[in-house]
Design a protein around this ligand. Structure first.
Ligand code: PEP
Ligand code: MG
Length: 577
């Protein structure tokens, strides 16, 4: 019978496939004891499952290729390390040998014990490691029950339904022809979601009811944009799906014609579209689609998966490749923005901060670790000799931070000069405007900056005091709030008055529903993921600036969110307060 589940779209795309439910049964394994005679056999069965899980990981590792291979490989290595942890296996052996528990129940007990240790720590990094632990234990559990020839991951035409999905699994899923992924947990801002978008794999997150409503083998229709899931679709749904699919294909073709088109409004205002690039693929795509440059390269991604920080040489090579990849177009590299939701595995972030989102993150963290920051700055400056490069500082709140970065640049320049390294004469320095204090103190801060880049993801989070990763706040955590819009207007008009270039690089800039509004507010430099570039270019080519400004005036006068949504989205998702 037809059923529907509404959740959150995290990576757009339409898919029709068979449900492949991967419920971590290990988490509910019932207490079960075995006879004393069965103990040796049970331990052996468990060890065999560990071996199978290890060789699966190894096989996945060897088959990895393409732009994301390095990042995904790091996750697989981490899972390998957890599997090889002698404590884990000894603990399990003890539970089977001393308490005569079955391997399943021992896995559950061990997992619950470790999970409660992770849960007790108020640190997002440790919490994300708990997810890794679940993935590893789930993999061993699946291997314990594997029928020869069956497959835990999913096959061509499958829609994987799971509690979470590890970034390391995503490439393998696409490679095997899995058409979409649904998770009961997770947020659209998670690393898995960012990778799913890069891989063009439809993803719906936060589908709490999925396990209750979806059974293995059900036919599923998934819309990764709206978050709608239809179980056992009827004839009307299938017709609608086919129709949408045809429309999407036609639309994609039409969009491709805009690859070489100018980004200009109907009344002749030219707009620049820069790319937010996370991988080499993104850079290649940005170049091909005619991006004006890279507006945001998040260098912390280089630090996120490894167990060790990349050294100067490794960083230099990564930055140099990026700069050269854009063949003369400007590239803006942001210095490390670790901390809060982006905790590293190399131990750079502070552990156990009571409130990491308001803690030592971004430039505060870099300045607190001079050696680390100097290494990064030297690598950046060395790469600047290979193209046009700008440096961007995240999470700035005061002028002292900018002074400190400028001093570091001068000192690194001198050092590199003495060591005979080439450095570009001119490297512009900009700041992220993503903390309310920076937005309000712009006249003071901008004095020392060559450009500004507005991070709406964090600006909205801090203006509204709503955690950007909290799925319960996903609906209200939106730029459509009078305070956010006013602040944006003020930043953009400040830039215009002072002749300082301002771009917006948060997710808002890549969402076509906000394009007219941002144009009306005065934005001329957008920085967005390349997968949204053509759509935003089309929006810009189809509007006149005068209409956008009219819309903007009405929006700034809107009294409540319902009204705002009606004006901008053409519909209201709230009851109006
Ligand atoms: C932002 O905060 O809007 C931003 C672009 O940076 P990040 O998402 O990396 O915090
Ligand atoms: Mg930010």
């Amino acid at each position: 019978m037809r059923r529907a589940v509404q959740a959150q779209g995290a990576s757009r795309g339409l898919a029709l496939g068979r449900a492949r439910v991967r419920q971590s049964q290990v988490f509910d394994a019932a207490p079960e004891q075995i006879s004393a005679q069965a103990v040796d056999g049970e331990v052996e069965r468990l060890h065999l499952a560990f071996d199978v899980a290890r060789s699966e990981l190894m096989e996945m590792r060897q088959r990895l290729q393409g732009a994301l291979a390095h990042e995904l490989g790091e996750f697989l290595d981490l899972h390998g390390l957890i599997l090889d942890d002698p404590e884990l296996l000894h603990g399990l052996d003890d539970l089977i040998r001393k308490a005569n528990y079955s391997a399943d129940y021992a896995l559950r007990l061990q997992r619950d014990r470790l999970a409660s240790v992770f849960d007790g720590i108020d640190d997002p990094y440790m919490r994300s490691r708990r997810e890794d632990l679940d993935h590893v234990i789930g993999r061993v559990h699946a291997a314990l029950h594997r029928n020869p020839g069956s497959d835990v991951i999913g096959l061509a035409g499958d829609v994987l339904v799971a509690d979470t999905v590890a970034p390391s699994e995503l490439a393998q899923l696409t490679e095997r022809g899995v058409v979409a992924v649904i998770t009961t947990q997770g947020s659209a801002l998670s690393h898995s979601a960012i990778l799913a978008r890069s891989l063009h794999l439809p993803l719906v997150v936060g589908a709490h009811e999925a396990f209750a409503k979806i059974a293995d083998g059900d036919a599923l229709l998934v819309d990764g944009a709206s978050g709608e899931i239809i179980i056992e679709p009827d004839a009307d749904d299938l017709r609608r799906f086919k129709h949408l699919q045809r429309e999407t294909a036609r639309d994609r073709k039409a969009l491709q014609r805009l690859r070489d088109a100018e980004t200009i409004t109907l009344d002749g205002t030219t707009v620049r579209l820069f790319a937010n690039a996370e991988s080499r693929d993104d850079v290649a795509q940005a170049y091909e689609l005619g991006a004006s440059g890279v507006g945001l390269y998040r260098t912390e991604f280089l630090f996120l998966q490894g167990r060790e920080s990349p050294d100067e040489e490794q960083q230099f090579l990564a930055y140099r490749d990026l700069v050269m990849g854009m063949r003369g177009r400007p590239v803006t590299l942001r210095t490390l923005d670790l901390g809060a939701d982006k905790a590293d595995s190399a131990g750079i972030c502070l552990q156990g901060e009571p409130n990491p989102a308001l803690g030592v993150r971004g430039v505060r963290l870099s300045l607190s670790q001079p050696h680390l920051f100097r290494t990064q700055m030297r690598a950046l400056l060395r790469a600047s000799a290979y193209g046009k490069m700008n440096i961007l500082i995240p999470m700035v709140t005061c002028r002292e931070e900018i002074y400190a970065v400028r001093r570091l640049i001068v000192s690194c320049r001198e050092e590199l000069h003495d060591e005979n390294h080439a450095v570009a004469k001119q490297v512009n320095l900009g700041i992220m405007v993503e903390v309310p204090a920076a937005a309000l103190a712009l006249p003071q801060l901008a004095h020392d900056c060559d450009f500004l880049s507005v991070g709406t993801n964090d600006l909205v989070q801090y203006l509204l005091a709503m955690d950007r990763g909290n799925e319960a706040l996903a609906k209200s955590n939106s730029p459509l709030h009078p305070a956010v819009l006013r602040v944006l207007r003020d930043i953009l008009s400040f830039g215009l008055r002072r002749g300082i270039p301002v771009s917006v690089c948060g997710e808002m800039a890549g969402d076509p529903v906000f394009t007219r509004l941002l144009l009306g507010l005065g934005l001329r430099d957008f920085s967005l993921h390349p997968s949204n570039l053509l759509e935003v270019r089309r929006q810009i080519r189809e509007v006149s600036l005068a209409d956008c400004q009219r819309l903007c005036r009405r929006v700034l006068l809107a009294k409540d969110r319902a009204h705002l949504e009606k004006l901008v989205l053409g519909r209201s998702t709230t009851t109006g307060h």
